[in-house]
Ligand binder design. Structure first.
Ligand SMILES: Cc1cc2nc3c(=O)[nH]c(=O)nc-3n(C[C@H](O)[C@H](O)[C@H](O)COP(=O)(O)O)c2cc1C
Length: 193
């Protein structure tokens, strides 16, 4: 199979990582792939922040974890199916202590950041990042829950967030398992007209 199609088909969200750091030249190559994404008017509106610092990672987790618990507790009562899906996806019961169901103890938390009007451009950059990471033997997961930090003043300062900027978090590292289970994919709905 063509290598691009193969990568698109085989990339999976990875949630278990080795603690081994990722070499900077590899991270740079992945960021450069993100930077090649199409963007409206070729504005390339994004910037990238790579978090390796353990203290910052700890702070990010502390800020998000209590919110995550509140959300999943709420879903447990109101939308049990969705709750089950989240617990299944994160494989919460299998997570090592201390449990990190947000950033999954990844060696790198990567943020793609831009004004919220550029969300589509950022999403395209994120996909380039995740596919290129896969092609280099790395695992990634887009972690929407990880974005619940933008009301924290200290984190806003660390990320140098401007008003109306949105963050797109991706965790990155060497995967601990060869083949994460393949989630069911629906058949595409196609209408030829
Ligand atoms: C916008 C968005 C938000 C997501 N947020 C999370 C998240 O917070 N935690 C998580 O474990 N996975 C998250 N994911 C990953 C999805 O769960 C995953 O892509 C989906 O289950 C399909 O699996 P696959 O990526 O292996 O094809 C997110 C994906 C997207 C696109």
């Amino acid at each position: 199979m063509n290598t691009v199609l193969e990568a698109i088909k085989k990339r999976r969200s990875v949630r278990f990582f080795h603690s081994k750091p990722v070499e900077r030249d590899i991270v740079t190559a992945i960021i450069e792939a993100g930077n090649q994404a199409p963007s409206a008017g070729n504005l390339q509106p994004w910037r990238f922040i790579i978090v390796e610092d353990e203290k910052i990672k700890k702070l990010l987790l502390e800020v998000t974890l209590s919110k995550w618990h509140k959300i999943v507790d709420y879903l447990k009562n109101t939308r049990p199916e969705y709750y089950k899906e989240i617990m299944f996806e994160s494989r919460y019961s299998e997570l090592e202590e201390p449990k990190d169901p947000i950033y999954f103890h990844a060696p790198i938390i990567l943020f793609v950041i831009a004004h919220r009007r550029h969300a589509v451009d950022c999403a395209l950059a994120c996909q380039n990042i995740m596919l290129s990471a896969y092609s280099l033997g790395l695992g990634t997961c887009y972690v929407g829950f990880g974005a619940m930090v933008t009301d924290n003043t200290e984190i806003r300062k660390i990320l140098e967030l401007k008003d109306d900027e949105q963050i797109h978090p991706i965790v990155l590292g060497y995967p601990k398992e060869d083949l994460p289970r393949r989630p069911p994919k629906k058949k595409p709905q196609i209408r030829w007209i």
